[in-house]
Design a protein around this ligand. Structure first.
Ligand SMILES: *Cc1c(COP(=O)(O)O)cnc(C)c1O
Length: 385
């Protein structure tokens, strides 16, 4: 076993600058630490980023999806189509609003929902679609919205991983129906925890605000009414200040991630891993923000399991992750009748994918070290033919 002397390389680490840290201290000293002026400033900055569309912040990217569904009028009796290759939040929120999740398998090359299969899954009960931009790579947005329009469906984009991604020069968030972002620390921009919804008009924005805080509307000096059942989903000003401090760096973050992704492709080219059948993502430097760099392992050609492969990486001082096991095979979904074989591409991807380190403060040397480790492990544990 190779024990590494280099410092441990996690698979993700947020970059927060001193200006942001000083700003957070100021907020803490200001006397107003929950939702207030920092949230207003963060919403305004995000709105400007999204072409002037209305934006409302939330305390998670799960809350944004759930409220997005409510604003789109999705509820009991409705079907919502999404991918099984995503973080379980995407589908849990469909259950949360009382609707029925319907899955369409992924395209094994893009790893995103297969739009042909999505279209086939539409029934008279379908009310909305939740496309997920895995690792930041958008689906074919023209095709997606052509399908939505033809079938009169709402779209709640799970763009949790796609802040900074574009579709033919237009930002994700600046186009489309309802768009949901997450600011979890693993995402390209963080507010510690948090999220934002991009909406179509001021009526939707007002509704988002109500759902965010108990369904309350205030009027005059002392008026208050509650006319919808809202929850408690507001973002603190401390968190908003973190997000606000990150936003000016987003473009640089994206460029750096693209550079590192390129280094991965160069590092793997012609090496033992690729020769053995390790799968790489689509080589796209135009649309995706490179939220993650995920390889797939040729499990049948290795003498070790994926878990053991990840342990070998760890022994070499390298962190990794799994994003994501096919969610229809979780107990909650099996209990609803889902089982193996229903979405073979998502199942295969979910069982073989490994997320390699990718974050803005990594260097070319770090990438080379990861590529070397992956190649070495593949060489060491290749099954003898
Ligand atoms: C992170 C993420 C979410 C949920 O966001 P949270 O802020 O963690 O609630 C939903 N969908 C996808 C695809 C994600 O990556």
């Amino acid at each position: 076993m190779t024990q590494s002397s280099a410092p441990f390389l996690p698979f993700v680490r947020p970059e927060i600058d001193d200006e942001t840290i000083a700003g957070v201290v100021e907020v803490l000293r200001s006397g107003w630490i929950t939702t207030g002026p920092q949230n207003q400033a963060f919403e305004a900055a995000l709105s400007a980023f999204c072409g002037g569309r209305p934006v409302r912040t939330f305390n998670s990217g799960t809350a944004t999806l759930e409220i997005g569904l409510r604003i789109a009028g999705v509820g009991p009796g409705d079907e919502v189509i999404t991918t099984p290759a995503t973080w379980v939040a995407t589908s849990n929120v469909i259950l949360e609003v009382g609707a029925t999740p319907v899955f369409a398998d992924i395209d094994p090359v893009t790893r995103n929902i297969d739009l042909d299969l999505l279209e086939k899954a539409i029934t008279p009960r379908t009310k909305a679609l939740i496309p997920v931009y895995l690792a930041g790579a958008p689906v074919d947005m023209d095709r997606l919205y052509a399908i939505a329009k033809a079938h009169n469906l709402r779209v709640i984009e799970d763009a949790a991983q796609a802040l900074g991604s574009t579709w033919h020069g237009k930002r994700i968030g600046a186009i489309g129906d309802i768009v949901s972002f997450s600011f979890h620390p693993n995402k390209n921009l963080t507010s510690i925890e948090g999220g934002a919804l991009v909406l179509n008009n001021e009526d939707e924005a007002k509704l988002a605000q109500k759902y965010r805080l108990q369904g309350i509307t205030r009027s005059g000096h002392d008026g208050m009414d509650c006319d919808v059942l809202g929850g408690k989903f507001n973002l603190t000003d401390v968190a908003a200040r973190v997000g606000l401090g990150q936003l000016p760096h987003l473009e640089r973050f994206t460029q750096q991630r693209r550079k590192l992704a390129r280094a991965y492709f160069d590092g793997f080219e012609g090496g033992a891993a690729v020769k053995l059948g390790v799968g790489l993502p689509v080589r796209d430097f135009e649309h995706t923000n490179w939220h993650m760099f995920q390889i797939t392992l040729p499990i049948e050609r290795l003498s070790i399991s994926r878990g053991e492969f990840m342990e070998e990486l760890k022994q070499r001082g390298i962190g990794s992750g799994v994003h994501y096991p096919a969610l229809h095979l979780f107990s909650l979904y099996r209990a609803r009748g889902f089982k193996e074989g229903m979405f073979p591409h998502a199942e295969r991807f979910g069982a073989s994918t490994v997320t390699l380190p990718l974050f803005t403060q990594m260097t070319g040397d770090d990438i080379a070290r990861v590529c070397r480790a992956v190649n070495d492990i593949c060489t060491q544990f290749a099954k003898q033919a």
